[in-house]
Design a protein around this ligand. Structure first.
Ligand code: AMP
Length: 405
């Protein structure tokens, strides 16, 4: 299938060329004809499948054909990174259309958004800040024609469903609605029943990640994880490696160890300010950092087309989270590798992941790695007789470490 078969308006078709897309991805080939026909669509697709363009192109095509003014398309996304990425995709694909998009999310000043909302045709928003605008009457959604709920399962995970339901009260009932989700927990099924009218369901690789990804498990003792990771990194071309850890604290400390070993690495975790987080993401995107260490929450919405390896330093806590993590490599047309370090405690999760993948993931060992190095002995220091009173800073540090666990 070719993009020409969609008969896009020439200004929208020009955007496809600007973006450098040659052929539609499977989600685009399957969803776009229905979206272009103004049908409601439920898209079961993970990040990396090309789902953004699957709704952005038909929206641009619809809005360019008539000239109503006002906000006519609203895309709701769980994180500011994802909102920003979708906004960027609209800017690229819609470069020749003169349609205006604004990204609306918290953590930044509200006034510039208010100004841009006055002129916007398309709004890409995170739920909390959008509700703020609705309550202040600075976002008028009465002329809305298309509503997109993107990464609906993440919005549920992050507790946004009540906000989404509040937003729904402010948009016209007569509209086109598209809902995208990588997984289908019952809450999303209920939401879909409530918001979609006679939808077409399009399903792309929801049970297994893109088949451009090779997977492997690396059994190892907990105390040897860092050493094994360093050994693995010696053997791979560290073009762009995303490493996942279970906690913010582990992300930070692993990043330090990687930097000490001479790698250009950065970490992102929930505690970072928006500025620092953006700097780390930008550095990873432009190649300044070859390795980015992240927690699941912090990594939401990361879109770096070139990720060559996803390494799970810690196994994720659900099989769905595995799919989401892996969704960041092997995007669209490139190959990727997904490595997971596993310990004896991870057996149940490995079984769950194998089930979702539909086959047993290969287990690998490195021939030149000493798997039997003993764990460092704890409490080698003689017990102190006397404990100094902890000062407030010490208590605070301990508390924040506990919060990170
Ligand atoms: P998404 O799943 O929307 O996050 O898209 C994943 C990546 O694939 C993005 O970097 C897109 O720019 C890219 N992409 C989307 N559609 C295509 C296409 N038809 N051909 C090549 N790359 C694409």
């Amino acid at each position: 299938m070719k993009f020409e078969t969609f008969n896009l308006h020439p200004a929208v078709a020009a955007g496809v060329i600007t973006a450098g897309y040659i052929d539609p991805t499977p989600i685009q080939a399957q969803a776009m004809p229905h979206v272009l026909n103004h049908k409601d669509v439920m898209g079961l697709a993970q990040t990396g499948t090309g789902k953004t363009a699957a709704f952005v192109l038909p929206i641009l095509n619809r809005l360019i054909k008539s000239d109503h003014g006002g906000i006519r398309a609203l895309i709701i996304a769980p994180t500011r990174e994802l909102a920003e990425q979708i906004h960027q995709a609209i800017e690229t694909l819609g470069q020749k259309t003169r349609l205006k998009s604004v990204a609306v999310y918290g953590g930044v000043g509200i006034n510039p958004q208010i100004q841009k909302l006055k002129r916007a045709d398309i709004v890409v928003a995170c739920p909390g800040r959008l509700l703020d605008h609705i309550n202040r009457h600075t976002a008028d959604l009465r002329k809305l024609e298309v509503l997109v709920l993107d990464e609906a399962d993440h919005m549920f995970d992050m507790g946004f469903l009540p906000d989404i339901r509040r937003i729904l009260r402010s948009v016209p009932k007569n509209r086109q609605t598209l809902l995208f989700s990588a997984t289908m927990p019952s809450e999303i099924r209920h939401l879909a029943n409530d918001v979609l009218r006679d939808p077409v369901t399009v399903k792309i690789g929801t049970t297994a990640p893109a088949d451009t990804v090779r997977h492997a498990l690396y059994p190892v003792a907990q105390h040897l994880k860092t050493a094994l990771l360093l050994k693995m990194l010696e053997n791979i071309d560290t073009q762009s490696v995303l490493v996942f850890t279970r906690t913010k604290h582990r992300a930070k400390s692993l990043d330090k160890k990687l930097a000490k070993a001479g790698y250009r690495s950065a970490s992102i975790q929930g505690n970072l300010s928006q500025g620092k987080r953006q700097a780390a993401l930008d550095g990873f995107r432009n190649g300044t950092y070859k390795i980015l260490v992240a927690t699941d929450i912090a990594a939401r919405g990361i879109d770096v087309t070139q990720i060559s390896h996803v390494i799970n330093y810690d196994i994720p806590s659900t099989a769905d989270a595995y799919i989401h993590r892996i969704g960041r490599t092997g995007r669209a047309t490139q190959n990727g590798e997904a490595f997971t370090l596993i310990t004896g405690d991870d057996r149940d999760m490995v079984r769950a992941i194998n089930r979702v993948m539909g086959s047993e993931i290969e287990q690998r060992t490195l021939s030149d790695f000493n798997y039997s190095s003993p764990a460092p002995a704890r409490n080698k220091q003689p017990q102190k007789q006397w404990k100094p009173r902890r000062n407030y800073a010490g208590v605070k540090k301990e508390r924040s470490q506990r919060a990170n666990a």
